[in-house]
Design a protein around this ligand. Structure first.
Ligand code: ADP
Ligand code: ASP
Ligand code: MG
Length: 820
């Protein structure tokens, strides 16, 4: 007794396109473990098409001999590339014999001017004979015990309305008689079979998958592996939707629905013989055998929508009229008319008003369908009860498929929402009672856009976010470098696909179709084009990516002025810049309204306290129902540094100069000393609390003498020493009381009064202990009244600010559904 064949492999034409591909396939089979194998093969890519075309050319009286020679030459090339010596000679001899047979057949065809289906099948089936023999010979060349098997010796199929159907009884008998002494690898011809009279026939285009599943049933195999040129069944057609993802697991039903709705990767009929025996199928990539692929078989519940696909080439037929209302049998008459005309109906939809009933039919049959229905309802049309039969050409059916849709509310809403937002007009809708698919009839011209929008809406791809960064200065540079380090980890751990697709400096920008290679973003930017923020915006908001965000690290008013436009267009905005949030109240309110209407996010955690969680803490307090009584703190890292270091031993102006040299101040230290920057932060916090406050309402004590406001930076630094005495006097006065000087911001929750200025604190006060550039902020709330909530830590510096911006980006991603 022979050992049982446990695995049936199938290699598609794309996997056998050339010499290298054949070698790769032979390598996979030679390396496969376990018992004897069966490998079903298609013709080398394009050969079936070429052979079909030959018969047609012969029928038309064209130059078929040249075509035949071309196909044969291609196969000879394959054999010469792979085989040597006797094996090669033997193979070429067989080819020559068959070429001469085909020559005779085609010559007869040309004489008659017409070829019956058997001739087409006979000629077109040669591709599989050639590839099976070639692969077997290549395996033997490698020392593998292999032979090839002509599937026509076993397979008997009859043509039916549903396409070729296996006649199991004769097939089993013939199989038992012909499948003897299988070697380690038996290569089987895909696609070809015989009819009950013994005439050659085929299993239809792409029929080799079917061959594989029939043989798996005959051999009672444990699994089928379909090797092709993609990593598995994708959540959509990879040629039409960018960023599709491999679906790891599909149920039989899901696979069938996807295949029915045009996901070409698996032939719909393929599954039937396997379902009955619960033989799982794997779809795997010949070129990447290390990829796991898709498993189709019994799977658990859940999973939601798994794939999106379309059937092209449809037309919609609509029967409408008041006379249809409440009349029983209308639908059955309609479908009977279509059935009698031999037209298959792909989708049916009837409104519950019964005023109209519509169905989708193949476009090629549309005119015949209309005639048939018009005839069936001729009497009603004459009587005016039926208005007519309307036909909409150029339709596609888009379907979302997934077992887990059952009982999952909101799937339809998401589907139609996505279609609506992308401006696709839905003409008819149908949902199978199984709830495994929802289908919509749409105009064909919108099909690609619809596929992408729906695919993204169901997050079938990893959560892809299109990112644009403006202003690669201090913070922006750190951010890009931090992203460069973390993006790969986020992709693998969180299925989050952050793509920095655009970077714009003040003069140059780079726009990358997929993503800028962040390891070398500086070079990419240097090699970029002139900055054009309109083009930048259009690029970031790519149609095929569901989410777009612009991160503005420029701190430039002209960029901040664009936030409203961006938000209105559905682009999220993240920024460490205080300009917008502390600008005129009306503008800020409008920005919020725009943001709300567009349903997007505006995140600016780093506008106060850099990377410290200050705004988020404030939000959490308020949203959990706490009441903010007061906020007070040291909100400027620069001013914190100045007063932490100022002990009177050196003049205050010298410390300012030193801080500037250390990079702790703005280029113009007056920007810090004036208190305006702190005032802006206070305004942001106040507005976050719901207070309607303008920047001018903050009482600011400036440490810049009025006389020096208009001076140049150097002049200011020189002359500021003139005020050292005044500052020293304040320090000493405080010291006498045992106090220290700190620059503090205060906000009163009830009155909304806000102030910024120099204050004295006892030496044991929390504010007296802040170190270096620490920010420290106290929230006095109803819950934290006696013992305020304190957030303290480094509140300035590009690295921590960039990390805070990054955290905002991750917060946004989480909101969008990523698992971070
Ligand atoms: P083979 O030659 O291996 O039989 P096919 O060309 O018949 O390959 O089928 C594989 C092709 O099907 C893929 O290259 C891919 O472009 C296309 N395809 C269409 N829809 C899907 C889908 N949902 N998932 C994977 N591939 C798909
Ligand atoms: N060679 C056949 C075709 O191209 C069968 C197949 O590839 O599955 O349709
Ligand atoms: Mg195929």
């Amino acid at each position: 007794m022979n050992e049982k064949v446990s695995t049936v492999h199938k290699f598609g034409g794309t996997s056998l396109a050339g010499v290298d591909e054949f070698r790769r396939v032979a390598g996979i089979l030679a390396g496969a473990q376990g018992g004897p194998l069966a490998a079903v093969v298609s013709a080398p890519a394009g050969v079936t098409d070429a052979l079909h075309a030959l018969v047609h050319t012969a029928e038309q009286g064209g130059d078929w001999p040249a075509g035949l020679e071309a196909v044969a030459a291609r196969c000879r090339e394959l054999a010469t590339g792979l085989l040597e010596g006797a094996a090669r000679a033997e193979w070429l001899q067989a080819l020559a014999r068959e070429q001469s047979d085909l020559h005779d057949v085609l010559k007869a065809t040309a004489l008659i001017g017409r070829a019956p289906a058997e001739v087409y099948a006979l000629v077109a089936g040669h591709g599989e004979l050639w590839s099976a023999r070639l692969l077997a010979a290549e395996l033997r060349r490698r020392g593998v015990d292999a032979d090839w098997f002509d599937a026509r010796d076993a397979l008997v199929v009859v043509d039916s309305e549903l396409g070729p159907t296996v006649s199991w009884e004769p097939t089993r008998e013939r199989f038992a008689a012909s499948w003897t002494d299988p070697p380690a690898v038996r290569v089987i011809t895909g696609y070809i079979a015989r009819d009950p009279h013994g005439a050659p026939t085929t299993l239809g285009r792409n029929g080799s998958d079917f061959t594989a599943s029939i043989f798996a049933a005959l051999l009672d195999a444990d699994e089928v592996i379909i090797w092709t040129d993609v990593d598995g069944v994708m959540s959509g057609d990879p040629r039409r939707i960018p960023d599709v993802a491999v679906i790891p697991e599909l149920s039989w039903h899901e696979a069938m629905e996807l295949a029915y709705f045009g996901a070409k990767v698996l032939h719909p009929r393929t599954m039937a013989p396997l379902v009955a025996r619960a033989i799982p199928v794997w779809i795997r990539n010949t070129a990447r055998p290390e990829a796991v692929g898709t498993r189709i078989g019994e799977v658990g519940e859940g999973g939601g929508v798994k794939g999106v696909t379309t059937i092209e080439g449809m037309a919609l037929l609509n029967l409408e009229g008041a006379g249809l209302i409440g009349v029983p049998g209308t639908a059955s008459r309609l479908f009977e008319a279509l059935r009698n005309a031999g037209i298959s109906v792909v989708l049916i939809s009837q409104g519950s008003s019964e005023h109209s009933i519509c169905c989708a039919v193949p476009r090629a049959d549309a005119l015949r369908a209309r005639a048939a229905v018009a005839q069936a309802f001729a009497a009603e049309m004459r009587a005016g009860q039926v208005e007519g039969v309307e036909l909409v050409h150029e339709c596609s059916i888009l379907a979302v498929v997934g077992e887990g849709m059952r009982g999952l509310p909101g799937v339809a809403a998401k589907l139609f929402g996505a279609l609506g937002r992308s401006g696709v007009n839905v003409r008819a809708i149908a949902q199978g009672a199984s709830e495994r698919n929802i289908s919509a009839v749409i105009p064909s011209e919108d099909a690609d856009r619809a596929l992408r929008a729906v695919h993204a809406a169901f997050y079938l791809s990893p959560q892809a976010v299109s990112i644009g960064v403006v202003g690669p200065g201090g913070v922006g540079t750190h951010l890009l470098d931090q992203l460069a380090g973390e993006i790969p980890r986020l992709a693998s751990e969180s299925r989050l696909d952050l793509r920095v697709r655009a970077i714009a400096g003040s003069t140059r920008m780079v726009l990358a179709p997929r993503a800028v290679a962040l390891g070398a973003w500086r070079d990419a930017l240097a090699a970029g084009v002139d900055t054009d923020l309109d083009a930048f915006t259009r690029h970031v908001q790519a149609e095929h990516l569901p989410h777009a965000v612009i991160i503005d690290c420029s701190g430039h008013p002209a960029v901040a002025a664009r936030y409203a436009d961006w938000l209105a267009q559905g682009i999220h905005v993240i920024t460490p810049s205080k300009l917008a949030a502390s600008g005129p109240l009306d503008d800020w309110r409008r920005l919020q309204e725009t943001r709300r209407a567009a349903g997007v996010r505006y995140l600016g955690e780093t506008t106060v306290g850099a990377g410290l969680p200050i705004i988020q803490t404030l939000r959490d307090l308020r949203q959990t129902g706490d009441e903010i009584i007061a906020i007070e703190g040291i909100l400027s890292g620069t001013l914190a540094f100045l007063f932490n270091g100022y002990d009177g031993s050196r003049p205050f102006s010298a410390i300012v100069r030193e801080a500037r040299e250390l990079g702790f101040t703005e280029p113009d230290p007056r920007d810090d000393l004036s208190g305006k920057d702190v005032a802006r932060k206070l305004v942001i916090l106040a507005r976050e609390m719901g207070l309607e406050i303008e920047l001018q309402q903050v009482a600011v004590e400036s440490l810049v003498p009025t006389e020096l406001e208009g001076a140049s930076i150097d002049e200011f630094l020189d002359r500021y020493a003139g005020w050292d005495g005044e500052m020293l006097a304040r320090l000493e006065a405080a010291r006498e009381r045992g106090h220290v000087l700190r620059h503090v911001a205060r906000l009163d929750g009830a009155s909304g009064r806000a102030s910024v200025g120099l204050e004295e604190f006892p030496a044991d006060h929390a504010f007296a202990h802040a170190r270096l550039t620490d920010n420290i902020i106290q929230f006095v709330t109803r819950r934290y009244r006696d013992n305020p909530l304190v957030v303290q830590g480094p509140g300035a510096g590009p690295a921590v600010t960039a990390a805070g911006v990054f955290a905002d980006l991750l917060r946004l991603s989480a909101y969008l559904g990523a698992d971070v």
